[in-house]
Design a binder for this molecule. Structure first.
Ligand SMILES: [Zn+2]
Length: 236
């Protein structure tokens, strides 16, 4: 019996490694998704920046057209100065030219402000593009690493599963059945060590007399609290 219990104990160790491997495998899609999210966030930022730059450029073109119109207007008014007959008309025209020039100055100022803004935004846009390229490169590397890891983990799990099944095949059918049921019901942990009178599966005390029995590994004993198969091995 001791031999069989020990075999189950070893099978359990492998089982726990399989569970850990599967847990890691499940993390891979999450890591990939996180990377995708990060990438699309930077993409979104860049698109927004581009959109704003385009809008401001449109406004600048509009203002530049206005500026041309205003300059034409001033020229025409200045030509008219030669044709006026009275001083009153002359003064009125001068006033009109003056205010057209003021408007022109304001428009010019607007154009300059817009150009400054666009220049700053272009700098942001360029650094966002560099950030994106860097992130894309990192993602590629990480993705390849995850794929490689996943692939080798698949192989490791397959190998461990064979080892576990080999071990389980040499214990009695009765023990194997109990093991499989407990594995299902107890989160993959069917066999557990004991220490200082405590079941390491559920951390509950085992009655002293029973604990002494357990340390002998002579018969199948299950934890009174969690039902797990108990096996005693020092320093493990
Ligand atoms: Zn227990």
């Amino acid at each position: 019996m001791e031999r069989e219990l020990e075999t189950l104990f070893e099978a359990q160790k492998i089982e726990s490694m399989i569970i850990e491997g599967e847990r890691k495998l499940l993390q891979a899609p999450r890591r990939l998704r996180q990377m995708e999210d990060q990438l699309s966030e930077v993409h979104g930022k860049i698109d927004k920046e581009k959109e704003i730059i385009e809008e401001l450029e449109k406004e600048r073109h509009k203002k530049e057209k206005e500026l041309e119109g205003e300059k034409d207007k001033i020229k025409k008014l200045e030509v008219k100065l030669y044709d006026v007959k009275t001083n009153k008309e002359y003064q009125a025209l001068l006033k009109e030219i003056e205010s057209a020039k003021e408007a022109n100055d304001r428009t010019e100022e607007d154009v300059l402000v817009l150009m400054d803004k666009v220049e700053d935004l272009r700098k942001d846009y360029q650094s966002s593009e560099i950030e994106l390229k860097k992130l894309e490169k990192e993602s590629e590397v990480e993705k390849a690493a995850i794929e490689k890891e996943t692939h080798s983990m698949d192989q490791v799990i397959a190998k461990l599963t064979t080892e576990r099944d080999n071990l389980l095949s040499i214990v009695s059918e009765n023990l194997r059945t109990i093991y499989n049921i407990l594995r299902e019901k107890r989160g993959g942990l069917a066999v557990t060590n004991v220490r200082n009178g405590v079941c390491l599966g559920c951390n509950m005390n085992i009655p002293p007399q029973l604990f002494i029995e357990v340390t002998k590994n002579k018969r199948l004993i299950q934890c009174p609290s969690c039902n797990r198969i108990l096996f005693f091995r020092e320093n493990d």
